[in-house]
Design a protein around this ligand. Structure first.
Ligand code: HEC
Length: 476
């Protein structure tokens, strides 16, 4: 599905260098190829770059834990790595540095190709690296605490609007959370699932799904594309008590609502947030709620989804503190975002339409630790450009081929001075050349469903915990 995407992105220089380094005599190269075996040479690459998805219970369609599991797929593996379709990774290597870059080096690709060309031999099992101990029960992290979300019946057909539900967080006292994982029950129907923490309000009901009525025409298109599908606006609020099917309508504002619902998300390719490697955490006050935003996709089969959320926690306050972009930080919010979503209007057949530019102003010095750009099926490219206070510009992330099927997080570490601005530009392809395009003859406006469009420039930030607590970073 991702074929050929990054072949063009490999810098020519790298290929030339690789060719120079890898120009042994034919005899020597044959001997080298003959010596390449699964256990000694291939398994270490699979462990590092493939097994996180390609093992039982994960999203990869087959397991690469053992020789027996892997061997039947040898030819497909070679094709997938040589075309750089696998592992999924879309960042243009000319910009930015990403510490979760799982793309293979040319040497690793050559090793796998040579192994396959040579009959994919097993080799000596004692030459294998130790097995990786993957967490049990389908988790990627080993949670200290977990929460079960209420079972959700997903219909076989129809549009399921984004819904929100409040669930009490599982912490009795103020708690430093160091990693978070949302584990979908039925990944095929979970379009996304996100949540943020919020201090419990007396007006927030538990166990009740709430969503806003979205006026739609007969073909499912929003008839009032005003860009406010997620806001706390007045409108028709629909509610349903978990475990029941009766839907109640009322005019007003939702009572299950929170600005920072995107703090933690499950999206395909985005399994978890882990702040342990950077000695950071997020302080969750006692008595907080999790405001969960759910978006299910009907797949033709009615199922009941039972998703779970897991956390690791620490008693020792970490050195750095995580601040989400749209968090409930009030006066100490790290950034201010401006984006005229309501003006998004992609003409029929437009093959390279720029969306409204997002401008994010930095109100304090932060360490930028991740990007998670989000668009839908017509998303084509996205570029994050940092403008420093002195006017200097730098591209920190460029995705030349955005792919809706992979909502990846690009992890980095960039110190951003106060007074900087991030400009984020998405482009869209509404032409027939976009194979994911459901209907090129339609105008496309802002909206939460995948045939509508968005261009959300999500980012995550760290600040020094002590300095932040003393208010050093807050002056505005
Ligand atoms: C982030 C998760 C993820 C990682 C990491 C990953 N894969 Fe995949 N892989 C998938 C998923 C999901 C599919 C099925 C959908 C698709 O083909 O894109 C897949 C499909 C494949 C296929 C089948 C393609 C076909 O012909 O149908 C091969 C082969 C493959 N992966 C090899 C690899 C190899 C080799 C690596 C490591 C170098 C790797 N993958 C890393 C998730 C992953």
């Amino acid at each position: 599905m991702l074929s050929r995407m990054s072949v063009a992105a490999v810098p020519i220089v790298l290929i030339m260098m690789a060719a120079l380094v890898w120009a042994p005599t034919p005899a020597a190269s044959q001997n080298a190829a003959a010596a390449i075996t699964f256990h000694k040479d291939v398994l270490p690459v699979l462990q590092k770059n493939c097994q996180s998805c390609h093992r039982p219970g994960q999203i990869g369609p087959f397991s690469m834990l053992t020789f027996k599991d892997t061997r039947p797929w040898a030819k497909a593996i070679k094709a997938a790595v040589v075309s750089r379709a696998m592992p999924p990774w879309f960042a243009d290597p000319r910009h930015g540095h990403f510490n979760n870059d799982r793309s293979l080096t040319q040497t690793e690709i050559d090793t796998i190709a040579a192994w396959v060309n040579n009959g994919a031999p097993e080799g000596d099992p004692t030459a294998a690296p130790p097995e990786i101990e993957w967490p049990a029960g389908g988790w990627q992290i080993k949670p200290d605490v977990s929460v079960d979300l209420p079972p959700y019946p997903v219909p076989a057909r129809g549009i399921v609007e984004w819904e929100r539900i409040a669930v009490p967080a599982p912490f009795k006292e103020d708690t430093w959370v160091t990693s978070v994982e949302i584990m979908p029950g039925v990944p095929a129907v979970v379009h996304h699932m996100c949540f943020g923490f919020q201090k419990h309000k007396a007006t927030t009901p538990y166990g009740e799904y709430q969503w806003m009525e979205v006026p739609r025409g007969e073909d499912g298109t929003m008839t009032k594309p005003d860009g406010t599908t997620t806001g706390p606006r007045d409108g028709v609020v629909l509610t349903r008590v978990a475990g029941t099917t009766e839907v109640t309508r009322r005019v007003g504002r939702p009572t299950v609502y929170h600005e920072g619902t995107n703090e933690f998300c499950y999206l395909p390719g985005l399994p978890f947030e882990d702040y342990r490697p950077v000695n950071a955490g997020m302080l969750v006050p006692a008595g907080s709620d999790m405001i969960v935003s759910l978006h299910y996709t009907a797949t033709g089969l009615a199922v009941v989804d039972k998703s779970r959320v897991g956390f690791t926690v620490t008693k020792t306050p970490p050195a750095k503190k995580f601040l989400p972009q749209d968090g409930p930080e009030g006066d100490s919010a790290p950034v201010e975002r401006q984006q005229a979503n309501a003006t998004l209007a992609i003409p029929p057949y437009a093959d390279n339409h720029p969306g409204p530019l997002a401008k994010i102003s930095f109100l304090k010095e932060v360490e930028l630790v991740w990007f998670r750009p989000h668009a839908h099926v017509r998303g084509k490219t996205v570029r994050y450009t940092l403008v420093y206070p002195d006017g200097k510009e730098e591209t920190l992330l460029y995705l030349p081929r955005y792919n809706f099927n992979w909502q990846l997080t690009y992890r980095t570490s960039v110190k951003i001075p106060k007074g900087s601005k991030m400009l984020v530009q998405f482009t869209y392809d509404n032409s027939t050349a976009n194979k994911y395009n459901p209907d090129p003859s339609k105008w496309v406006h802002y909206g939460g469903q995948s045939w509508e469009e968005m261009g959300t420039p999500n980012m995550g930030f760290l600040v020094d915990r002590e300095a932040d607590e003393k208010g050093f970073l807050v002056e505005r």
